[in-house]
Design a protein around this ligand. Structure first.
Ligand code: ADP
Ligand code: MG
Ligand code: MG
Length: 211
């Protein structure tokens, strides 16, 4: 079970880790896109870090916090990733509306709702070499861990591991969506930057859950 305190600590770690990986995310996007994914995500992360105290003071409900983060994605990230990550947080927020704590099952459900939102908006699915190749397997792994009665730590460990494998999988496939799809088969061999960001997010959440 987790509440506002955990979520704010997790958000802080997510943002710090993304900023730490800014160059790497740009390098990944440079190989198959326009090289700005790290810059985009780091700009958003710096704004969220700056606003965390106000987010904490103004909101008791987790759904509202996700909603606020989603709005920052849409307003600050730009490109294709802004609306996509924004939709992820907005949908996760809708699924958590009114809740001040989330059980592992609630979290897995919110994550799946977010994933479905990305898939609908992006007209994309698993195997297109996008962030969804980290999201869908992570969602399945978390649901499975929930089914076994896993704790939040166990559920997030399963999600982070599946996302890591999903990121490796993106190296082996051709992009069908986003800028990378312009490269056709030349996108094979390169890791998807958006999937890498999802992996960082789940790794950060896991790290904070075991602290
Ligand atoms: P842009 O491509 O506009 O420069 P970013 O570089 O910030 O935006 O983000 C690129 C990432 O967005 C990709 O690595 C991929 O994971 C994700 N992405 C792009 N198009 C889609 C889509 N249709 N569905 C899901 N994810 C997508
Ligand atoms: Mg880009
Ligand atoms: Mg761009």
């Amino acid at each position: 079970m987790f509440g506002k305190e955990y979520m704010l600590a997790a958000l802080e770690t997510i943002c710090r880790d993304i900023i730490e990986h800014e160059e790497e995310l740009n390098r990944l996007d440079n190989a198959i896109g326009d090289g700005d994914h790290g810059t985009n995500m780091a700009r958003f992360s710096r704004i969220v870090l700056q606003e965390l105290p106000k987010l904490a003071a103004d909101n008791e409900q987790l759904g509202e916090i996700f909603h606020q983060v989603g709005m920052r994605c849409i307003n600050e990230i730009g490109g294709s990733a802004g609306p996509l990550f924004g939709t992820f947080f907005l949908r996760a927020g809708m699924a958590s509306m009114g809740k001040t704590v989330l059980t592992p099952a609630d979290w897995a459900m919110a994550f799946d709702a977010g994933t479905m939102g990305v898939s609908l908006l992006g007209k994309s699915s698993e195997g297109d070499k996008t962030m969804l190749d980290a999201m869908f397997p992570a969602g399945r792994a978390m649901q499975e861990a929930v089914g076994k009665g896993g704790s939040l730590q166990e559920v997030l460990a399963a999600g982070a591991e599946a996302a890591e494998n999903g990121v490796l999988y993106t190296k082996t496939i051709q992009a069908n969506k986003g800028r990378a799809s312009y490269l056709g088969s030349r996108s094979i061999g390169h890791q998807d930057p958006g999937a890498t960001t999802i992996m960082l997010l789940l790794q950060a959440m896991h790290k904070v859950a075991v602290e």
